[in-house]
Design a protein around this ligand. Structure first.
Ligand code: NDP
Length: 459
């Protein structure tokens, strides 16, 4: 049967756009359906504007640090409204770039909310369309029911559009968004209190990084409340009240809900898993033949570059010469707090649980730029090496430029570099990154722990 399109993609975010353009490049007739602005969370209200706010916070730090380097810099207030206006102009420009990229690739943009109307059918308003393949790339949105009254709180979307910074802020949660925004707001001069249920922020990261994150937040005067969550949140005339255990209460003019995100699945009619995500196999197939899903809506690794990689792999599989899947084993990630942290490979606990005998190399120092001005900011680095094969399993770093450094080292790990390869690499001096090729002393050797039945060593 002839269809209107070879591929219809629901959602013009990073993953959907990448998949659609790659499919069109292979000669497929492609439509992409988007109900809001083109570009998705990353470009419009996530990674990109967040990083632009991080640059603003970093420039403030730079102004203060400049005095130690001989510059006579007066106090300079930050004006959120000016930043927000410049950010709006930049995201509009980027949306235009995305639209041009789609048009230039020959992808038809259909504006409106799409619904899955069957295996090969999509409805957009009163239009019925058919396609041989349908891709769900609808992303995710902030959770609004994690705690009683959390719906009264703002989300990171709201923060990025504020005309002025709040006088004080409480942040609930300690994941990527909570830590990044707590750190940036504090650096921009806002008193911040962070409430979270774990002992350390950033569950899932190596303990060294979690401790470094807590220390960096404290150094930025963020008030940490580990193991403390509001029992409920009440709306006040001029803010919000966090009602804590024993009916203690703290009032804030502004509270950020950073308790996670949930897949956007309205109008799909697909069976969901217990996290509300669309289940897929490794070829990104849903339970419905001809219907695929990528990115946050599948709740696997909720990172933009993963969604893009999944989308391109799917397009290559459906329309290109060679079917392929995505290797999730060495996905690097970064938390853009100040200073930032980044990681590739397993945490120490994960590597042990996977049956490795480990050599751990660690260093912690005050970088040259900070030492010169009497700053307290530190850099921490860790290499996890498989003691049997000498292969470097993981690189963890907290400190200035960590995301840039870890991105480069991720190539070495993907290529299977050993510690001996790191050791025979000549350093670039003076840099922080050189420490990764200069660590000679083993900090700890950890014996293989009893292998749990299902554990498979990380290769
Ligand atoms: P995360 O999943 O990273 O963190 C959610 C936080 O909310 C955790 O601290 C979690 O606590 C807490 N939480 C969850 N449910 C509850 C609850 N019922 N009560 C109290 N606390 C709760 O989500 P984020 O919203 O921070 O980020 C969403 C996704 O976006 C992430 O998965 C990440 O992949 C992506 N992202 C990536 C960024 C980057 O690459 N730099 C930046 C921002 C977002 P606990 O840890 O105890 O479970």
């Amino acid at each position: 049967m002839a269809h209107d399109f070879d591929l219809i993609t629901l959602g013009a975010g990073s993953g959907g756009v990448a998949a659609s353009r790659r499919a069109a490049l292979h000669g497929a007739k492609v439509a992409i359906v988007e109900g809001a602005r083109v570009g998705g969370t990353c470009v419009l209200r996530g990674c990109v504007p967040k990083k632009l706010l991080m640059y603003a916070a970093q420039l403030g730090d730079g102004l203060r640090e400049a005095r130690g380097y001989g510059w006579n810099v007066p106090e300079a207030p930050f004006e959120m409204g000016r930043w927000a206006a410049a950010k709006a102009a930049e995201t509009t420009r980027l949306e235009g770039v995305y639209r041009q990229l789609l048009a230039g690739s020959g992808v038809t943009l259909i504006e409106g909310w799409g619904e899955l109307a069957g295996a090969n059918r999509v409805r957009v308003g009163n239009r019925n369309l058919s396609a041989k393949h349908i891709l769900i790339a609808t992303g995710s949105a902030p959770v609004r029911d994690s705690l009683p009254g959390i719906e009264h709180c703002a989300t990171s979307d709201d923060l990025l559009d504020l005309p002025a910074l709040p006088a004080r802020v409480a942040v609930i949660g300690s994941g990527f968004i909570a830590v990044e925004f707590a750190s940036m707001l504090a650096r921009l001069g806002v008193p911040v209190a962070l409430y979270y249920r774990a002992a350390l922020p950033l569950r899932g990261f190596d303990d060294m990084l979690r401790k470094a994150a807590a220390a960096a937040l404290q150094a930025a005067r963020v008030e940490l409340h580990p193991g403390v969550l509001p029992q409920r949140i009440e709306r006040l005339a001029d803010g919000l009240r966090l009602v804590l255990a024993d009916d203690r209460a703290s009032d804030y003019p502004w509270v950020l809900n950073a308790t996670g995100r949930r897949p956007n699945t309205a109008g799909l009619g697909l069976a969901l898993d217990d996290q509300g995500a669309v289940p897929v196999d490794e070829q990104m197939r849903t339970a419905l033949p001809g219907v695929y899903a990528i990115g946050d809506v599948t709740n696997r690794k909720n990172l933009t570059p993963v969604a893009i990689a999944e989308g391109r792999a799917l397009a290559d599989t459906l329309f290109g010469p060679t079917p392929r899947t995505v290797d999730f084993s060495r996905v690097a990630s970064a938390v853009f707090m100040l200073p930032p942290l980044a990681s590739v490979g397993p945490t120490e606990d994960e590597a042990l649980a996977a049956g490795h005998r480990l050599k751990v190399f660690e260093t912690d120092f005050r970088p040259m730029k900070q030492a010169f001005i009497g700053g307290v900011e530190r850099t921490a680095m860790k290499l996890l090496v498989d003691a049997d094969s000498d292969r470097v399993l993981a690189v963890h770093m907290a400190g200035a430029d960590a995301p840039e450094i870890v991105q480069s080292l991720a190539v070495a790990l993907t290529a299977g570099a050993t510690k001996a390869d790191f050791d025979r690499t000549i350093a670039v001096h003076p840099t922080a990154a050189e420490e990764f090729v200069l660590m000679r002393e083993v900090s700890r050797t950890l014996p293989r722990t009893a292998l749990p039945a299902a554990a498979v060593p990380v290769s």
